[in-house]
Design a protein around this ligand. Structure first.
Ligand code: ADP
Ligand code: ZN
Ligand code: MG
Length: 496
């Protein structure tokens, strides 16, 4: 990690995150209700997640397994025993008036995640990652949170398992935050515990303060002492739901606080709301202190012994390890390896194709052509479920030189994505099968016979003439010849 040096009068930005991720489980964390998304409000509910008197929670094993996987992936300490607490507050989305969460014995402690920001590596400490239940969701009708005519509440989401991942105040810029969130979602997706596409599956509270250079002991902005961190007034920005949103909200907040300090005004310690539509943060309330929540132990759930789970649960190779292996094993550039490990499905598919055909050809086809065309259509690899065989077949057609790369991309791949056809059908229907050599040779001879003017232009050294003749041959062969080969054949014929 490269240490930044503090200049006289500098203001250093300090950011820490509390990231809430929904864990992908079939049922809720303390009851058997489905977590499936549905358009019907208040459909997946029962006495437990509605907080009816006398209903008792039962911990979902799948949620604990997912949490242990996260802990292993971030290299966290998983204690012998973990327990649950009640965090008390009143809010319409929380019918029990308390949230079951974890307090002093979270399931994951002292982890870390390494991210790469513009070529330099940063290690972000993850202080804790704990399990809790998601509240319900509010729908404001006729306005925003502060202007709505009325608000509806939907408890379908209430009780969805959440992990709250709390980082140390290790970030020094909004773009580091964005890189971290990208890496974190990749890791969670690799673990199979998280669906980034799901609405609201990632929600971020971002804490930001500005610390004047004069308050930092020493030169290194990575090593700001606890005293300076605690002395700084920070704001907590809520309602951020995407990587981009986090970067934008924090950039706004950074500028707002720096301007205040430069004008000699104090920054209030407060909770602010990110207004995505307006691109600004607005003051919500002064920040609650921990004592406001009156944490106490959840007596309806016994302490959970997790020590033996650590050994029984295994996790797959993670994106960073896979990125490095792809570079070493297949000779890929860092950029290509990053693209090809962006999701587990992409990486698995790349490896299948690379092993069967050629790693370089596979890299071009998966990283550039396939991902490029998918991206252009606002699709991703999950939209090709059950059809990856067909994409592999297309690469095979190119590898065996049965069709030209140009046709494979511009006709076959695009038709596959737009119309849903299989590659062999498209090749057949469009007559793209590479013409055999005799036929191309015949077309070369014909083109020369039929275009004496172009031939004499060629002999007089006019550059365009050969391209014109190549075009003629391509036309005669229905575009199925390789233009490079045609060029060579023509030259051989004309110069021979
Ligand atoms: P609280 O008890 O107020 O929730 P925590 O110590 O638990 O405070 O920290 C909450 C979040 O605030 C963490 O993500 C942490 O990294 C971040 N944080 C702590 N100090 C600062 C600071 N000076 N500037 C920005 N973020 C901070
Ligand atoms: Zn329920
Ligand atoms: Mg806290």
């Amino acid at each position: 990690m490269t240490a930044q040096t503090v200049q006289q009068g500098d203001l250093v930005t300090v950011i820490g995150l509390e990231v809430h991720v929904q864990l992908e489980t079939d049922t809720k964390i303390f009851c058997g209700c489905s977590t499936a998304q549905t358009d019907e409000p208040n459909e997946n509910v029962c006495p437990v997640c509605l907080g009816l008197p006398g209903a008792l929670p039962v911990l979902n094993e799948e949620a604990v397994e997912a949490a242990v996987k996260v802990g292993k992936a971030i290299d966290a300490h998983i204690p012998e025993e973990t327990r649950f607490h009640r965090k008390n507050y009143y809010y319409p989305d929380l019918p029990k008036n308390f949230q079951i969460t974890q307090y002093d014995e979270p399931i994951c402690q002292d982890g870390e995640l390494e991210v790469s920001v513009e070529g330099s590596r940063r290690t972000i400490t993850i202080e804790r990652a704990h399990l809790e239940e998601d509240p319900g969701s509010l729908q404001h009708v006729g306005g925003g949170i502060d202007t709505a005519d009325y608000t509806r509440v939907d408890y379908n989401r209430a009780g969805t398992p959440l992990m709250e991942i709390v980082t140390a105040p290790d970030f020094r810029s909004p773009d580091e935050v964005r890189a971290f969130l990208a890496e974190l979602s990749e890791v969670l997706e690799y673990l199979g515990v998280f669906d980034a596409e799901r609405d609201g599956s990632l929600r971020i509270d971002a804490n930001l303060s500005i610390i004047p250079e004069a308050d930092i002991d020493g030169e290194d902005t990575d090593e700001i002492g606890t005293e300076a961190l605690e002395a700084a007034n920070r704001t907590e920005v809520k309602n951020i739901s995407s990587h981009k949103g986090a970067e934008k909200a924090l950039a706004y907040e950074e500028t707002r606080q720096k301007n205040a300090i430069r004008r000699g005004r104090a920054v209030e310690q407060e909770t602010r709301h990110w207004d995505e539509a307006r691109g600004i943060t607005v003051s919500m309330r002064s920040k609650e202190a921990e004592k406001d929540y009156r944490y106490f132990e959840e007596a309806d759930l016994p302490p959970l012994r997790v020590s033996h789970w650590k050994d029984e649960i295994s996790i797959p190779e993670l994106p960073s390890a896979r990125r490095e292996r792809f570079q070493a094993e297949y000779g890929l550039s860092e950029e290509a390896a990053s693209k090809l490990t962006s999701t587990k499905q992409v990486a698995d598919f790349y490896e299948d194709v690379a092993r069967e055909f050629d790693p370089d050809l596979a890299a071009t086809w998966v990283a550039d052509e396939l991902l490029g065309e998918l991206n252009y259509r606002d699709m991703d690899i999950t939209d090709l479920e059950g059809r990856l065989e067909e994409v592999a077949r297309l690469v095979e057609l190119v590898a065996k030189e049965e069709i030209t790369a140009k046709n494979a991309k511009e006709v076959v791949l695009r038709t596959m994505l737009d119309e849903g056809d299989a590659p062999d059908n498209i090749v057949e229907a469009e007559g793209l099968g590479k013409t055999d050599e005799d036929e191309v040779q015949q077309a070369v001879v014909d083109a020369i016979d039929e275009n004496p003017d172009a031939v004499s232009d060629f002999h007089e050294g006019e550059n365009g003439a050969i391209n014109f003749l190549v075009g003629q041959v391509m036309q005669k062969t229905g575009g199925s010849a390789d233009p490079g080969d045609v060029n060579q054949l023509l030259r051989a014929e004309l110069e021979g």
